[in-house]
Design a protein around this ligand. Sequence first.
Ligand code: AHG
Ligand code: MN
Ligand code: MN
Length: 335
Amino acid sequence: MIGKKNKTLGEFIIENQSSFQYSSGELSKLINAIRLGAKVVNHEVNKAGLVDILGTAGDTNIQGENQQKLDVLANEKFIQTLTNREIVCGIASEEEDDFISINSNDEQHQNKYVVLIDPLDGSSNIDVNVSVGTIFSIYRRITPVGTPVTLEDFLQPGKNQVAAGYIIYGTSTMLVYTTGDGVNGFTLNPAIGTFYLSHPDMRFPESGKIYSVNEGNYIHFPQGVKDYIKYCQKEEGDRPYTSRYIGSLVSDFHRNMIKGGIYMYPKSNLASNGKLRLLYECNPMAFLAQQANGKASDGSTPIMELQPTELHQRVPFFCGSPKMVEKVEEFISKY
Ligand code: AHG
Ligand code: MN
Ligand code: MN
């Protein structure tokens, strides 16, 4: 018998298949395809430094192919993996101008899911060997199966998500996801290429001592956010808090979920809607947060209530331990 501690992601997916609301095995296959994509991209991320060294002679590799930026490569790998398996009817990616409609040769093909993806999050960290990630979000299509997908299938509010998760390529590689029944984290054993359940039922502590924000933008933030940052720094009660900002949402979120904390990307004089993308970053993180006792808001409205109007839409983002998100909302509401 396999002990609980040794459960693999593959086993976990099979065991949990029957608990999905409309269990046909399709979502399980889709999570499996993402698991495979994760391993492929993990392999690329891990050799990134090496490729750089080998690539100094020019910008083409030995096969004469252009060397690609890792975010473009990650995008291609995930799209290839999902397309080849004929497991989704459409994909939208941060790296693509428009959504991709997937036409299957199989006339019987009745795929009902669309995937939205940030193939490589925190890409400015690649060159300096700091953790990066992949974020994904899965919805059931709105338009009828068997017809080409339309924009409407992708512009759904986050509350319609069926599954969401991220892969963190860190000191170890993890896949963390939810299908609406809590959040579970799996760590890759690179020697044998298998993910193991290492973090069952992940949960944000009610409150925390970490705030994560790009403080270089401080003078451009709205007054409510400035006041909240000063509150975090004030010596009173369990404060001052600690500031931690990796600049890779996946890594900052992951740390805050484990230790307790808040991640903030407010609007500012520099960016009227902040920087993060509603569909590829904020909605999947909001779903994970909600499933892990956390909260996500644009400063006043829960992220997953927002009705998207365009694919690459940006939105201010406050996410993490519930008490901390409520506190920053309280400060913002004063103005
Ligand atoms: P991406 O690499 O997918 O463009 O996303 C980067 C995002 C997010 O991961 C990170 O928290 C944020 O941008 C950092 O932005 P600043 O450098 O403006 O702080
Ligand atoms: Mn990103
Ligand atoms: Mn990205």
